[in-house]
Design a protein around this ligand. Structure first.
Ligand code: LMR
Length: 333
């Protein structure tokens, strides 16, 4: 017994003397649901590269794309339990946590462009929304863009009447539910990883998403038509388990924050191009017809979705919508 104790303490000393260089790296599991070849997929890889470089290998980032580790709802539970440390869910997916405020980003046509969005996310409102996550054991680190959504289905969607009775897959957002109800459609919440098959087998008739998500999930191969509506936005909140983050040594946290800032700039500089390229690829494939709306048709869609704002007031709060609109407007002046 005594021999064992001495041997153990010598081993411990040797381990200690070897210093931090031999210490196991801190592992950050970063799980997400989209393909690597998307804005979020590329930005998470960029974060990995920078974080490992800035921490000199003291931190290792393991990126798990395409729902390989967890699907939408499970990944949030896994983050709270500490089974993964980092995620980047879309703004539309915080409802199951009891936080509906991020759904303000889901309001139809609320963002005329990404410049306006930036003003909101980088302003006081964006910061305040991130703080809401604290009470759930989550720290919000950054906002990452994807881009604007298009509508797809196996029938031509041109006028609001075309949406009547169409079954649409939606993310878990009440605002998105209200949006499709306003159009007379039948919205159905479903995990992102299940969308392709649901479209293929006819469980749902259509969906809304960005060009990059449609292309990389091959949805265009099972949807005859995609209408270029740009009616809504998909963006992400990069989040980390709060206890894990707070317990990190301060210097490591600083290096990771620096890596996150640069990965965010990288993401926001390339997301538009990713979506433009995906749209060009879909066009080239000839598998799905892309429908462009005339200004009159666009106006009819905007009008049909107007009631969503009233409905959303009871879900995310009128003051929040007003503040969002105020900040959005100030950016265009
Ligand atoms: C979706 O579920 O449609 C998107 O939020 C997926 C994603 O992460 O872009």
């Amino acid at each position: 017994m005594r021999t064992f104790a001495i041997a153990a303490s010598i081993a411990g000393l040797a381990f200690g003397l070897a210093g931090p260089a031999s210490a196991d790296p801190i592992i950050i599991k970063f799980s997400h649901v989209v393909a690597t070849d998307t804005p979020k997929g590329k930005a998470s890889e960029k974060f990995k590269e920078l974080a490992e470089k800035y921490t000199g290998g003291k931190v290792k980032i393991e990126v798990y794309p395409n729902s390989t580790l967890y699907k939408d709802k499970e990944e949030l539970e896994a983050l709270q339990l500490g089974s993964v440390q980092m995620l980047a869910p879309s703004n539309s997916k915080f409802g199951p946590l009891g936080i509906r405020e991020f759904e303000v980003f889901d309001l139809p046509y609320i963002l005329p462009d990404l410049k306006t969005l930036r003003k909101v996310t980088e302003g006081p409102l964006g910061l305040r929304l991130l703080k809401l996550l604290d009470s759930k054991g989550i720290t919000g680190l950054a906002y990452w863009d994807n881009g604007f959504k298009q509508m797809s289905a196996n029938k031509k969607l041109v006028t609001p009447a075309d949406y009547q009775g169409v079954k649409f897959r939606i993310q878990s957002s009440r605002v998105l539910q209200a949006q499709f109800k306003a159009l007379g459609s039948l919205p159905q919440v479903m995990a992102f990883s299940e969308v392709y098959q649901a479209l293929q087998t006819g469980v749902v008739d259509g969906q809304e998403n960005t060009w990059s998500n449609i292309y990389t999930q091959k949805m265009h191969e099972v949807q005859k038509y995609i209408t270029e509506t740009n009616h809504g936005y998909i963006g992400y909140v990069v989040i980390v388990n709060k206890k894990f983050w707070d317990d990190l040594p301060a210097d490591i946290r600083d290096q990771l924050s620096k890596a996150m800032k640069e990965a965010t700039d990288f993401n926001n500089a390339q997301s538009q191009k990713e979506n433009d390229d995906a749209m060009a690829e879909i066009k080239k494939s000839g598998k799905s017809e892309i429908i462009k709306l005339t200004p009159e048709q666009d106006e009819a869609m905007r009008k049909a979705m107007e009631p969503v704002y009233k409905d959303a007031a009871s879900r995310v709060g009128q003051p929040l919508i007003d503040e969002f609109l105020r900040e959005a407007k100030s950016s265009t002046n």
